[in-house]
Design a protein around this ligand. Structure first.
Ligand SMILES: [Zn+2]
Length: 252
């Protein structure tokens, strides 16, 4: 069921988002090749930025083929954890993917967030980095069942305070009017609020660290048994399975 948007290009429907991510994570083909663009759009009318990505005017579903959008990984199942993933290879060289205002703007667009009103400054990039690291610290504390620092929690809470640009309903009562452009702070508040919702919600205890040997991503395990080990089968699960197979069946 669709919920009220906090600023996404599409109505936020948590259930749909979860279904899409799980489907993508499990490499299930979401749509048959014979589907037309119109039918595809009809099927994703209630999905989130995670489920939709506007590529050159054509909205695309998130599938195993486009879990990376604009070069960024989007496979955690949660906006805030995707944001954490903008440092690639954490603990293994730390590759900064948001190393300029332009890259941050690109990530915000790739995430399907509202447009930013003014050019992003270097200072705003640093503030975004600080929010991201706070969410990372909270994620790690959660996974390790530790208490986060007060500073970490305070930073996320403060980032969540601004009102995000919000989608509205047109006078016909059925057409969704996308959110207007907003300040960087108001758009980043969407990410911070996503963290508030995730970590305090039913899936908080289902946040996991991917067990892929060279993957540092976190993800939300929405599998029924709660035993998912990889961010996605396509990215890490299959590699782990093939490595296990090679170990068990070495060529002589
Ligand atoms: Zn992974």
């Amino acid at each position: 069921m669709c919920g009220v948007s906090t600023g996404s290009a599409r109505t936020r429907g948590a259930d749909h988002r979860h279904e899409v991510h799980d489907a993508a994570a499990n490499q299930e083909q979401l749509l048959e090749p014979s589907h037309t663009i119109e039918s595809r759009l009809a099927e994703v009318i209630c999905q989130t930025p995670h489920a939709m990505w506007d590529a050159g005017g054509v909205s695309e579903l998130v599938t195993t083929k486009n879990l990376r959008r604009a070069g960024f990984p989007f496979r955690s199942g949660a906006l805030c954890l995707d944001f954490v993933g903008t440092i690639a290879k954490r603990g293994m060289g730390d590759q900064e993917l948001l190393d300029s205002p332009e890259r941050l703007a690109t990530w915000l667009r790739a995430a399907g967030l509202p447009e930013v009103l003014d050019p992003i400054s270097d200072e705003q990039v640093r503030t975004a980095h600080a929010l991201r690291e706070a969410i990372h610290d909270l994620t790690r504390a959660t996974v390790e069942r530790q208490r986060p620092s007060a500073e970490t929690v305070d930073r996320i809470n403060r980032a969540a305070l601004p009102s995000p640009p919000t989608a509205t309903i047109a006078l016909d009562g059925r057409t969704r009017v996308p959110p207007p452009p907003g300040s960087v702070e108001s758009v980043m508040a969407v990410v911070a609020r996503d963290a508030v919702d995730l970590f305090t919600g039913p899936y908080g205890p289902r946040i996991r660290a991917c067990q892929g040997h060279d993957c540092s991503l976190y993800f939300v395990d929405r599998s029924r048994p709660g035993s998912r080990r990889w961010c996605t089968m396509a990215a890490c699960g299959e590699r782990a399975s093939s490595a296990t197979y090679r170990r068990r069946h070495p060529r002589s």
